[in-house]
Design a protein around this ligand. Sequence first.
Ligand code: AMP
Ligand code: MG
Length: 359
Amino acid sequence: MGAKIARVSQGGSSESELKNLREAGRILKNGGTVVFPTETVYGLGANALSPDAAKKIYEAKGRPSDNPLIVHISRLDMLYEIAEDVGSDALMLVDAFWPGPLTMIFKKKDIVPLATTGGLDTVAVRMPSHKGALKLIEAAGVPIAAPSANISGRPSITKGRYLLDEFEGKVDMIILGEDSEIGIESTVVDMTEEIPLVLRPGKISQSDIFQVISTGDSQKLKFLEKKLEDISGRHCGKPARSPGMKYRHYSPKAKVILEGPQKSAEQVLNEAMSMVTEDGKLLYEEPEVMVLCLKKNEELYGDHAYVLGEDSEEVARNLFTSLRMMDDMGVKLIISEFFSGDELACAVMNRLVKASSNI
Ligand code: AMP
Ligand code: MG
């Protein structure tokens, strides 16, 4: 049977929208699955406290069962229901960034089934800021496990129309909203370590987190930064340690190549356009190669330019949809500029590095 399809805007407060949200809430409460918009990317939700409901998410996504789900809540008391040891750092981060694109990992309470946490004794929790998402969780009355709504390994979805191809017939309801505002998934930060460590970069950066928990105390800030340096040789573009990060991710059908310090995107493009097959034909036709770039560099690539935006915020917002559009356009090779300059650009590069690797 096909999924019920409904539309809910950010505000989500007209009578028909509220009716749809109530129906979606009922589906979730009764163990069903609902795809819904959030400010980061679309999520595929089910009751986080029901092992059978959580299993449906893994099935619909084709996701490996040891890759844990993020649990979405609409009120702070839900956090205390599912997480142990919510300390003062966490509460400062709640104050600063919730509702919003920050996921925190805590030791889990027994009420959270291992099916939701991929067998781990920790649980990842987020309170989204998208008003429709908050109303949906309220309507369900239970915490909602919701990974990104995409078939495992494919780019996350930030534009509703891509949900229909991927989830029609596989979930009970699909709620279409506006395009996702942020465009990349939440920052994941581990609150069970001595210092809160970012496992997956996102819009909220490691330094944003340190700023908040050091509360203007420069000694504390220095201590945190020194600790971070000791713990890892982390740097921009290097995939972080979140369990899900070991899997193939974000991959469009096209091959993805990133420009590097040795070779600019322009050089990669020129080389690609002169490659020949064994029988002497050009490997790529003109429209089969596109370069993801900043607006200011558009002219370097002529007809091959695909502008993601003018700054990191726009690049992040357009990234996943651009990868899917390249597939629609029959592009075979995607070349991407190396985006840098701030930590959001780093988070974008983290996704592009994964999209370009063969794991
Ligand atoms: P997605 O749901 O597609 O946004 O992916 C969720 C991300 O959060 C994955 O990279 C997971 O590995 C990570 N995650 C969820 N729960 C935990 C946890 N308990 N410990 C560490 N990482 C987690
Ligand atoms: Mg995902």
